[in-house]
Ligand binder design. Sequence first.
Ligand code: CMP
Length: 138
Amino acid sequence: MERTLAIIKPDGVARGLIGEVIKRIEEGGFKIVAAKMLHLTRAQAQGFYAVHRERPFFNDLTAFMSSGPAVALVLEAENAIARWRELMGATDFRKAAEGTIRRAFATDIEKNVVHGSDAPETAAFEISYFFNRFEFVG
Ligand code: CMP
């Protein structure tokens, strides 16, 4: 079994998509083993996306991610990292496959509704960024 971090980003929460995203996660066969709602500070968003700090979109991205409440979830499944990325679709919603969350709901390369870890090392970092060991079930 593998674990990955999923975030329903501030655009997804503001647009009333929490239920829709969680429905797709549950129907996709993932077990949700941790969950919380939180409004990141700018500094917390900068720490989370530290790998992107040299990218031209870093300032906008961290402003957006701290602009409103988000939902963080830890998903468990066989190949959870790859499978959650498949369900989300490509970062750029215009390139995302039919049937994916981003294809259906994203409006912008930045406001793309959901986040998912991209590798085992980033999943470990990202999960521990949001959750301590007492916050898991199952
Ligand atoms: P996410 O999967 O959370 O990882 C980095 C985020 O940066 C990405 O989703 C987008 O929300 C945002 N972003 C904004 N512009 C770009 C870009 N040009 N390329 C990749 N990611 C971008």
